[in-house]
Write a protein that binds this ligand. Structure first.
Ligand SMILES: Nc1ncnc2c1ncn2[C@@H]1O[C@H](COP(=O)(O)OP(=O)(O)OP(=O)(O)O)[C@@H](O)[C@H]1O
Ligand SMILES: [Mg+2]
Length: 524
């Protein structure tokens, strides 16, 4: 249906045939054959570590396959490098963004292909033209960003848009997006989908990797399921169901992924009490409490100040007004060191730049903030470190990981689990989780949810920021909704619906009145 202009709709534009890729100790791809047609959006799904990213990296010349063949436009090819493949129009937006934080938005978009002034050999960049073209590209994507802004100053969501603009800046025939929506939400997702559909209709072959299955049904034409390095099946999306996909991915039935919500004791102590917190021009007069045994959700659009609120509570960003009380001790100026001492843990949303120590191995990462517990007389006890890692690997099902494996070689979802397990070990009172299941597969999500409930049962409080509404509703005892830096309202019980949360997230009214509800319920 989307191949209207093509004479032979079944021909693959890019294809891998019987490809095998082995890393020390892991067979990441085991004789996988996979093809993408021009003019289709082809979803690639599977559990963490199934081999999705590896497969796309082989297609794009990042890795050389150990066996098998790549065909492009019907011809066998052997990419010499990623830039070789890129020159032929194969563009990958990787799971972990790879921008230059010190450079401007425009410089990142045109990196290596800046519009030049005078003879190209002189290497003079035409800045005016570059900024102008960047501005046009960004406007087309529906984002308002200053091309001169340094990328390091942007939110993760905006950095994602810069990546996409970068792909648009060159002649792209195959576009691979590795979990693009892990860092954006709501309106931005819809804009991205609109762009992708337009590219598809122009004949681009698109590979779309995501753990959010509802997106597959909304956007994609075909879907390929991977498991343990092998291809399970390729199907038309119209002929598959969510349950069917999950069964192929996980290999078993999965009905309920959210654990039950036990009632909170009436006399449960308040562990975290935040009053009138103001952080820069991002958070205004935020007040909230978290009690023992409670999971409090924070919903809101990307950019509504959720992460800044969490950072302000933790002391990673300075609050210029307001106070934070943890376990009965009130502070007006929190620092991360003090927060950790008082029993606060903070799992940040951006695991690469803030969370994990990429050069260290799994065991070192699990214990990084708990060195006190694995050292004897100030000496690091390697055995205790190893044992802690083995426990974490087991508890969280970090598939394929060994304590001595370098964290950088783990799949994205497994890195997230290492990060959570590390903080759980130090946190004594309240754990703040910012997008805890980003990039995590359905099976592992259920494991993380189970661990969260277990922690609250043991007396911890949890403050969870999430852009996934179903997760917020499924896990929280109450939900605070942020809008433009303020906590715009709180919902619990019956009122914890997608509709009521969205209404509070998008409008600055203090209450959702009956009228507004009816208004918003009308299709627009
Ligand atoms: N450079 C590498 N060195 C060693 N092992 C690797 C490397 N890259 C990937 N692996 C391993 O290969 C397997 C497949 O990883 P891959 O990143 O392709 O998974 P994925 O399906 O993309 O998972 P996720 O959904 O978590 O991103 C994993 O066991 C991973 O640890
Ligand atoms: Mg991956």
């Amino acid at each position: 249906m989307n191949n209207a202009g093509l004479v032979t709709p079944a021909a693959d534009l890019i294809e891998v045939h019987q490809v095998t890729k082995v890393f020390p100790g892991v067979k990441s791809l085991d004789r996988v054959s996979f093809g993408v047609r021009g003019g289709e959006i082809h979803a690639l799904v599977g559990e963490n570590g199934a081999g999705k990213s590896t497969l796309t990296k082989v297609m794009a010349g990042v890795y050389l396959p150990d066996e098998g063949e790549i065909r492009f436009d019907g011809q066998p090819v052997q990419w010499k490098s990623a830039s070789d493949a890129k020159r032929r129009g194969i563009h990958v937006i990787h799971q972990e963004l790879v921008l230059f934080p010190q450079s401007s938005v425009a410089e990142n978009i045109f990196a290596g292909a800046e519009p030049s002034r005078g003879p190209r050999l002189l290497g003079l960049v035409d800045h005016r033209r570059m900024h102008e073209r960047a501005r046009v590209l960004l406007t087309e994507l529906g984002v308002q960003l200053d091309p001169r802004e340094r990328v390091g100053n942007l939110s993760v969501a905006d950095q994602q848009m810069v990546e996409i603009a970068k792909a648009m800046a060159s002649e792209t025939r195959v576009l691979v997006l590795d979990e693009p929506t892990a860092v954006i939400a709501g309106k931005e997702v819809q804009l991205l989908f609109t762009r992708l559909r337009a590219l598809r209709d122009r004949g681009v072959a698109i590979v779309y990797i995501s753990h959010r299955l509802e997106e597959i049904f909304e956007l994609c034409d075909r879907v390929t399921v991977m498991k343990d390095g092998c291809k399970v099946a390729t199907q038309a999306v119209a002929e598959t169901t969510r349950d069917g996909l999950v069964r192929m991915m996980v290999g078993r039935e999965m009905k309920e992924i959210y654990p039950g919500k036990p009632a909170i004791a009436a006399d449960a102590p308040v562990l975290l009490d935040v009053r009138d917190l103001c952080v820069g021009n991002r958070v205004f007069d935020a007040s909230l409490t978290v009690r023992a045994g409670e999971i409090v959700g924070i919903a809101g659009m990307v950019g509504s100040g959720r992460t800044e609120l969490a950072s302000g509570i933790f002391g990673a960003l300075r609050a210029h007004r307001g106070t934070v009380e943890i376990g009965g001790i009130r502070r007006s100026r929190m620092t991360p060191a003090a927060a950790i001492r008082l029993g606060l843990g903070f799992v940040t949303e951006d695991r690469k730049s803030q969370g994990l120590l990429m050069l260290l191995n799994v065991a070192q990462n699990v214990t990084a903030t708990t060195l006190g517990r694995v050292s004897r007389f100030g000496l690091l006890d390697r055995r205790a470190e190893r044992e802690a890692a083995v426990v974490a690997i087991e508890d969280y099902g970090i598939a394929g990981a060994r304590p001595a494996a370098s964290v950088a070689t783990l799949s994205g979802g497994n890195q997230q689990k290492v990060l959570i397990s590390r903080w759980v070990r130090v946190c004594k009172r309240v754990l703040i989780l910012d997008e805890p299941t980003r990039g995590v597969d359905v099976g592992a999500k259920a494991e993380i949810y189970r661990v969260m409930r277990q922690l609250t049962q043991e007396g911890l409080g949890i403050l969870m920021i999430s852009s996934e509404l179903q997760e917020v509703i499924g896990m929280s005892d109450r939900v605070l909704v942020m809008h433009e830096g303020r906590i715009n309202g709180e919902v619990e019980g019956e009122r914890m619906t997608e509709h009521d949360i969205m209404a509070l997230a998008t409008a600055s009214t203090r209450r959702t009145t009956e009228d507004e509800r009816e208004y918003a319920a009308e299709p627009n």
